[in-house]
Design a protein around this ligand. Sequence first.
Ligand code: PHE
Length: 360
Amino acid sequence: MSDVDQLQAELLAEVVGAGTLDAIEAVRVRALGKSGSVTALLKTLGGMSPEERQAKGPAFNGLREAVSAAIGARKAALEAAALDARLATEAVDVTMPVWAGATGSIHPISQVMDELAEVFADMGFAVATGPEIEDDWHNFTALNIPESHPARAMHDTFYFPDTTDGEGARMLLRTHTSPVQIRTMTSQQPPIRIIAPGRVYRSDSDATHTPMFHQIEGLVIDRGIHLGHLKWTLETFLKAYFERDDIVLRLRPSYFPFTEPSVEVDVGYSLVNGQRVVGGSDGWMEVLGSGMVHPKVIAACGLDPNEWQGFAFGTGVDRLAMLKYGMDDLRAFFDADLLWLKHYGFRALDVPTLSGGVGA
Ligand code: PHE
C-alpha cells in the first residue's frame, strides 16, 4: 500500500469514528487544516520536478477529494441526527388541552378595550390614538374650552411645570380622550369614523375615582350627520357590547363646551337579586357623554362647519367593564392583586375576533 493509500485509509477510519460534530471538525482540521496532514502532502508538490508532480499530483488530489467528501457526508449525517434529537425533545403535542394554570390572564380593561374595538370595527370605525402628555391647545382650547373657562378647573388637571414662560404650549396629562378628536380632524380628511381608547388623568382619588383611568372616545364627521345617527350608533354599540337586545337608552340635555347640543346618555337597568343589571328600565344609570360636535371645534381644526357635521361621545372604559363583568370597586383594577386577576381576568386565548364575535 502506498503512503497515500495508507493515509487515506487512516483518515477515513477517523471520519467513521467521529461521533460528534466537534469530533468531525477536529478530523477536518487534522487532515485539511492549515497544518493538516493532507495539506502538508499537497505542499510537497511545489518542490517536485514536473515529471514527479505529474505522477503524484492526481493521487494527492484524489486523496484530498476523498477525505473532504467523507468528512462532508459524515458531518451532514451528524447534523441530521442532532436535529432529529432536538425535534424529538422539543416536540409539542398541539392536540393536548391548554393548561390554564400555566398562563397569565388578560386584565378586564384590556379585554373590554379589545371588545370595544371589535364592536366598533364592525360598524366601520378605525382606532385612533394620541399622546397622554398633551398640550393645552389640544386638550382644552381647540375643544372650545378657552383659558378662563370654568371647565378647566373642573378637570383637576395635572400640569407639568411651565418652562415656556408663557410662550408656547404648556404640557399636561390629558384629562380626557377628546384631544384625539382634534388630532384626527387636523390630520385626516372627512369622512371620519374613529374611536380612541386610552388612559386619561385627573387629580382625584376615592372609591369611584382613580388618578389614572380609561376612556373611549368616538367621533364621526361627515355631511348631513344628525342626532339620530348618534342615537343609533350608541344603541347598536351598547347592545353589542352588553350582548343583550333589551338595552333602553335615555338621552338627557347636558352641557359640554365641545358639543352643541350636548346629551348625557343613561342606560336602563333591572334589579336582579338586588344587583343592577344592564337591560330593562327599572332604573337609569349614566353611561356616556355625547353630542353634536360644536361648529367652533370643527372650525378650529380647519374644516368648514357648514359643510361638515358630526357627533362625538366619550365614556369610561373602567365603568363599562364594571357594569358588564360585575366588579364593584374601581380601585381593584389598579391593585395588581393576583387573586383578583385570577377571578376577574380573562383567559389569554379568549380574544374577541371579528368572525367569532365578542362572546366567542
Ligand atoms: N370628554 C368628556 C368627558 O371626559 C366626554 C365627552 C366626549 C362628551 C365627547 C361629549 C363628547 O367627560
